[in-house]
Design a protein around this ligand. Structure first.
Ligand SMILES: [Zn+2]
Length: 472
């Protein structure tokens, strides 16, 4: 089962066999997270929440939004109204005002910000929530990548002025980077072109990452909203001089399913998941190798090893299921992506040692039981570093440059992520999309790349280097 040759088939099989999600729920676009997958997802959420809660308050807003609140910000309605699920009835009765299921929560949150924010002393206000959001996607759905219900975390912040909101945008970026980095994920941080920004934003930043099938996966976005939403919802405060001013706001969202999908897609191999130790529900699995009459003693020794690891705070499973042969257990736990396997047989028992096998490269080593905890930690570290390095090398390898539409077409057929010179005119981006199987995703954020020639579409002077790719 090769990941790169047939990604879709590989991914679906891994999701089911490693019990990540079960996509057979009888409503299209709605997926069940199952035990192993949701344990990983929760660890990703927790890593993010821990960072956010250094200065964001956790909150939980209702899933329903009244129609009149939703319709306050014109661009926002235009951007989302086609994807909204409406609630129109309760029992037999038609509701006198329709409610919608949140596609994102700005229009739920701002009416409350308006009540909470009175003076400059109430600012900045920063909150976040982890919740499901609902979008009636018309493109093909795929579990974790594109669903009609998806799990995400969204943060919303309000500030005294644009400058402070700008500072928060950088903070949001830094928080998201820290989560991706701990998962060993590589990414491009792009400023989306204006025509592709979040509905109602001044500008949008997005983390795009490579996928084995050549379609980039957007794993997080950060938006500068300026005063756009504050004006629509009349969110004002009294400044030090007693003057009423609009707040400036930001928001950022991380789709947990997509981050999980990237973790699976970047690190997995033909045997299944390969999990970074930080999110693995079990970091070590112990497999006893039964031997003739020594079965009971070996199991006792395996339990001793299990206790040593557990007492050190390592998440460990002992697979003492005697219906399976050791080889079948290896196969099973490799599919689940457990980072380290510990094998204990008669020889290990006599020597009071264990054999360690890395999931990522299958390297074997032997250590004394006394050194097991240290050895496990250093393997976790080595695995993490190797996964992260491979992910970044792969991203580098996916990047290419094109100087003509023909070159771009050829590179899109190879499913690469391609840099092109662009004049910045949206028309050129639209024409590009019509002519090649890819779209302009944006320009690198935080560093200016100098164009090396004229606009790839119109031949006029280029102002930017744009990234073009297929996308989910
Ligand atoms: Zn152009």
């Amino acid at each position: 089962m090769q990941k790169d040759e047939n990604f879709g088939e590989w991914f679906d099989k891994v999701l089911l066999k490693a019990q990540v999600v079960d996509d057979r729920y009888p409503v299209k676009g709605f997926t069940v997270y199952t035990g192993w997958g949701f344990s990983i997802a929760k660890r990703i959420v927790r890593m993010l929440e821990e960072r956010l809660e250094e200065d964001h308050q956790p909150m939980q807003f209702p899933v329903v939004i009244p129609e009149d609140a939703f319709q306050k910000e014109a661009e926002h309605i235009a951007g989302f109204s086609g994807e909204v699920f409406w609630i129109t009835h309760a029992g037999e009765n038609r509701l006198d005002r329709r409610l919608l299921l949140r596609p994102t929560s700005e229009t739920a949150i701002y009416p409350m910000f308006k009540l909470w924010i009175r003076s400059h002393a109430d600012l900045p206000l920063r909150m976040h929530q982890t919740c499901n959001v609902y979008r009636y996607e018309t493109k093909a759905t795929r579990p974790l990548y594109r669903g009609r219900e998806f799990l995400w975390n969204e943060a919303h912040t309000a500030h005294a002025d644009y400058e402070d909101a700008e500072h928060q945008v950088r903070k949001g970026v830094e928080i998201y980077r820290s989560v991706y980095d701990r998962l060993g994920l590589s990414y491009l941080l792009l400023k989306r072109p204006d025509f592709d920004k979040f509905a109602g934003a001044v500008y949008s930043l997005a983390f795009d990452t490579w996928n084995p099938d050549g379609k980039v996966n957007q794993i997080g976005t950060v938006h500068e909203l300026g005063e756009n939403f504050a004006r629509a919802f009349e969110v004002t405060y009294e400044d030090e001089g007693g003057v009423q001013r609009f707040v400036s706001t930001t928001c950022y969202g991380m789709g947990i399913g997509r981050v999980l999908a990237a973790t699976i897609a970047h690190h997995g191999d033909e045997h299944g998941l390969v999990l970074p130790p930080v999110v693995a529900p079990k970091q070590v699995v112990i497999v006893p190798i039964p031997f003739k009459s020594k079965q009971a003693e070996i199991l006792t020794y395996a339990r001793e090893a299990e206790a040593v690891l557990r007492d050190a705070g390592i998440r460990v499973a002992l697979d003492d299921d005697d219906r399976l042969r050791p080889g079948e257990k290896y196969y099973k736990w490799e599919m689940f992506g457990v980072p380290v396997r510990v094998e204990v047989g008669p020889r290990e028992m006599e020597q009071r040692s264990v054999t360690l096998v890395r999931r990522d490269n299958r390297d074997r080593s032997k250590v004394k039981l006394d050194d097991l905890v240290d050895a496990a930690h250093s393997l976790f570290d080595a695995i993490y570093k190797s996964l992260r390095e491979r992910s970044w090398e792969r991203l580098e390898g996916e990047l290419a440059d094109a100087n003509s539409l023909d070159e771009l077409k050829a590179l899109m057929d190879e499913r690469r992520i391609v840099r092109v010179n662009w004049c910045g005119d949206p028309d050129c981006a639209f024409r590009l999309k019509d002519q090649v199987a890819g779209e302009v995703r944006g320009t690198l954020w935080g560093e200016h790349e100098e164009p090396t020639g004229p606009c790839i579409v119109c031949g006029g002077p280029a102002r930017e280097v744009a990234y073009v790719s297929r996308t989910y």
